[in-house]
Design a binder for this molecule. Structure first.
Ligand code: 5GP
Ligand code: MN
Length: 345
């Protein structure tokens, strides 16, 4: 649903006119291609407008996003807490991108909640929390990157978009649609891509920088995970994968190495609900994906303290890996009818 009006666009534009203020851009924790693409693309546009913009990422992100403009100047909150906190205190505008509630910013949650000046939220997730002065929300958009591009065009700021920014926006759309595989039923997405290509971006190079940049160990980890860490439940049209801490150590696990693993079980015939559990020191991170109309955001919200989109969601649970997996397995029977129905959507 579209939740922004021409009034919001005017407010957004008017707010950027206060030239002396520092603008801080924040993506969600464990920023993905859409979160990084959106903040770095908008960062470049703001710089091109002559504004003072800074990206503060709640924690580090995968190194295959390091090519994005602005990466070398970005501040990672968990590495420079004092400096980042000081910057937030001095900033006049905060722009939160690709997340719908302050808790998605990890350790930056209280800084976002306590921010005293203008807060802007630009996001495509459903149910945005009520914490922003200016809410630019559109759940119909494939990605936040597509939404930001539309916002900039509607605000008449296209002239400040350049090849670097367009490359970031392209990366955001590409990653949030699984390389134009899902969430692409709206022709506007391809119209946006067409416009982005006109900035002279190299889409092959962007695709390669993100998808052909893995270590040998990551490929072997994927093989191991599919072979030894996957359980399939044909009767529930469901499957899950998991990785223990030990597995991560064995394969020299780096941030981003398991990106996309959760999608693999969906290519098994008749499987349309997939979960992926990653064991961490004090919690288990879970990712969910579905095909059809089984709402994994609801499933995650109800059972794993999470949320997200209809077909892609995530959550965290502060129990052991075995307990998290048992919880999932024990829940499947109660969702049997829903899972069966989602097959015939
Ligand atoms: P991923 O599985 O790639 O981490 O995340 C998939 C989707 O779920 C993304 O839209 C992401 O923003 C959302 N998501 C992931 N983890 C969480 C979480 O812990 N809480 C909430 N509310 N959303 C999450
Ligand atoms: Mn997104």
């Amino acid at each position: 649903m579209e939740r922004f009006s021409s009034e919001d666009i005017s407010k957004f534009k008017a707010c950027l006119k206060k030239k002396r203020e520092t603008i801080v851009l924040v993506p969600h924790i464990n920023a993905d291609g859409d979160a990084t693409g959106s903040v770095f693309g908008l960062w470049k546009v703001l710089k091109n407008m002559g504004l003072d913009a800074k990206v503060i990422s709640p924690n580090s992100y995968a190194n295959y996003y390091n090519w994005m403009c602005g990466h070398s100047e970005a501040i990672v909150f968990t590495w420079k807490k004092d400096y980042a906190t000081k910057l937030m205190g001095q900033a006049g505008i905060l722009i939160c991108m690709d997340f719908n509630q302050p808790s998605r910013a990890g350790e930056m949650e209280s800084l976002i909640e306590g921010f005293q000046h203008t807060r802007i939220l630009i996001d495509h997730h459903p149910y945005p929390a009520d914490f922003a002065d200016i809410l630019i929300s559109d759940t119909k958009r494939s990605s936040t990157a597509e939404l930001v591009f539309a916002l900039l065009c509607e605000a008449g700021l296209q002239e400040y978009i350049d090849k670097d920014a367009a490359s970031c926006f392209f990366a955001g759309i590409m990653t949030d649609t699984g390389s134009f595989n899902y969430n692409v039923s709206d022709p506007e997405t391809f119209q946006t891509i067409s416009k982005l290509l006109k900035y002279g971006i190299d889409q092959d190079a962007i695709h390669s920088a993100i998808y052909d940049n893995f270590s040998e160990e990551r490929m072997r980890l994927l093989g191991f995970c599919l072979n030894s860490r996957m359980k399939v439940f044909p009767q529930y049209h469901a499957a899950y994968l998991y990785l223990t801490k030990e597995d991560q150590k064995t394969f020299n696990f780096r941030k981003g190495d398991s990106e996309g693993f959760v999608n693999f079980p969906l290519s098994i015939k008749d499987i349309h609900f997939s979960a992926f559990f990653t064991e961490n020191d004090d919690h288990v991170k879970v990712s969910f994906r579905s095909k059809g109309n089984f709402p994994v955001n609801r499933f995650s919200e109800e059972n794993f303290n999470g949320g997200g989109h209809l077909n892609a969601a995530g959550g965290e649970i502060y129990v052991t890996l075995q307990q998290a997996i048992d919880t999932f397995e024990n829940l499947l029977p109660s969702y049997e009818e829903q899972l069966k129905k989602s097959e015939n959507k």
